[in-house]
Design a protein around this ligand. Sequence first.
Ligand code: CUA
Length: 389
Amino acid sequence: MKNSGVFRSRGVSWLMHKLCFTLGSMLVTASAFGGNKAFDDGDYTVKATLSSPMNTIAGLTEWAQSINHVYGITSIVLVLVFFAVSIPLIYAIYKFRVSEDEDLINKKPPKQVHGNVVLEFAWTIVPVILLLFIAIPTWEGIFSRPVKPPEGALKIKVIGHQWWWEFQYPELGITTANEVHLPENTPVFFELSSADVIHSFWIPQFGGKKDVLPGADAVNQMFFTTPKLANPEKAGGEYYQGQCVELCGLSHALMRFEAVLHSKQEFDSWAKVHNQPPVIASELEKKGELLFAQCQVCHTISGTPSEDLEKQMLAMDPPAPKQGPNLTSFGDRRTLGAGTRKNTYENFAKWVREPQSIKQGATMTAFNLSDDDMQAIAAYLRFSTAKNY
Ligand code: CUA
C-alpha cells in the first residue's frame, strides 16, 4: 500500500499536540512586545514593537516589575519546554518517516510504552518541578503586595462607560475623562466602578489589570506608587497608555485612555487650574460658547451653566448623571474619542459630524454643523478650555 506522508509513530500526534500548545504559549509571550500605537491621525492601527507605548514587559512601578519578574521566569520555562518538545519531534518526523516501498499493512507496530513506570513517573515529576519553579515566585509576588492602600494615597474614582473612562478626584473636586493625571513617585489609590457593563482597567507599564464592575457594592480597588519621571526636565507630563481589557461591547478595542505623569509641582498646578472656567478670547470662541448650549445635556464644563445643569440633574430622584465625558480642560487633552484620535480640528469635526465612523455604537449624537459653526464650537472647546499649568 502506498501511504507516504502518513506519520507512523504514535508518539508523533502527542508531540504535535504538545508542540502546538507550546508554540501557542510562546505567541502569547511574544504578544507582550505588541501594543497599541496611539494618536494615529488615520484609522486605528496596532503595531508591535519593543518601544510600543503599551508593551507589557517594561514595568515602571514596583508592582509591574514584580509581575515582569514572574513573566521572565515563565518565559524561560516556556523556551526550555519548546526545545525539549520540538527537537525530539523533528527527530521523530525524520527518523520514522514512511518510505515509498514500505508495506504498512503487514508491518508490526512499534514497541509500546503504555504502563512503563519509569516514563509515567518522569513525565509527571518533570512538569510538577517546572510548575513549582513558576508557582513559588508567583506566590511571592502575590503575597508581597500590600492589602490596603497606604495612608494619604491620592484617591481617584475610575468609572468605566461604554466606551470611555471617567476619572474623579474627590479630594480635589476634579472630574475629567480619558486622561488620568498623576503626580510622580506618589501612592495612588483607584476605586473602580462601572456605569454599565464589566470593563477592566489596565495601565500595562504601571501594573496589573483589575475588573471594573457595575453596582454600588462591587467597587474594586487598585493601588501602587507611581514611577518617577523618566525626564524630569521636560514640562508637560509623560504619557503612558491604558486600555480596557474586558470585552465590553462593540467598541471595546477603542476604549483607551492615557495616564499622564507629572512632577509633584506640575501636578499641583494642573489641579489648581483644572476647574477654571473657559477664557473667551475671540468672536469665534464666543459663538462656540453659545453653540455649546446644545451639548450641555450630556457634557459639562466647569464654571459654565452646564455645571449648574449637572447639579440639577444629579439632584433629581433618581439622579440622572450626564451621559457624556466631562469636557472641562478638553483643550489640554491630546486625544478625543477615548484615546483613538489626536485632538486635531479634522478629527474633532469628524467626531462631531459622524461619531459612528470613528467609534461604532458610541452614544454621541451626530451633529451636522455647517463649517462656520464647526469652527466656532471647535475653537471654544479646543482653545477656550485649555489651561496653562
Ligand atoms: Cu470597556 Cu472593554
